[in-house]
Design a protein around this ligand. Structure first.
Ligand code: CMP
Length: 138
């Protein structure tokens, strides 16, 4: 699993029509898409997916945001996928994100930050399985 990560293009990115531009950047950076779909998380889905944050002050807003419209969920393959993808997306807060990163280019705020990237190989497997069955991953 060390060569795969999980991503979501979040509702703000989809609303603004950035799906194509973000996928282009992901492909150009050497990631292969091995699973992908347009889907919408339910409140229960978002509460479960982000359970680690359920004590944080922004939790309710995070659930509201992530459920307000469709997302693109995808599994990406590349050597060193988790770390390299986090470098490609940039810091959580777009104000701190490096030039050329996806969040620098497409995110508006720390809460509406355009993309998700798994933070560990273990979470990449858990998050991929949350959104995709075995036969949807290639
Ligand atoms: P991400 O790091 O992918 O997962 C947690 C999400 O919570 C984060 O992206 C943001 O979308 C959201 N969030 C909202 N406010 C904050 C905050 N103050 N710090 C970190 N994450 C936040």
């Amino acid at each position: 699993a060390t060569n795969r990560t999980f991503t979501m293009l979040k509702p703000d990115a989809v609303e603004k029509g950035h799906i194509g531009a973000i996928l282009e950047k992901i492909s150009a950076s050497g990631f292969k898409i091995v699973a992908m779909k347009l889907t919408q998380m339910t409140t229960k889905d978002a509460q479960t997916f982000y359970a680690i944050h359920n004590e944080r002050p922004f939790f309710a807003d995070l659930v509201e945001y992530m459920t307000r419209g469709p997302i693109v969920a995808a599994v990406l393959e590349k050597d060193n996928a988790v770390e390299d993808f986090r470098t490609l997306i940039g810091a959580t807060n777009p104000a701190d994100a490096a030039d050329g990163t996806i969040r620098k280019l497409f995110a508006v705020s720390i809460s509406e930050n355009a993309v998700h990237g798994s933070d560990s190989d273990e979470n990449a497997v858990i998050e991929s399985a949350f959104h995709f069955s075995g036969r949807e991953m290639f």
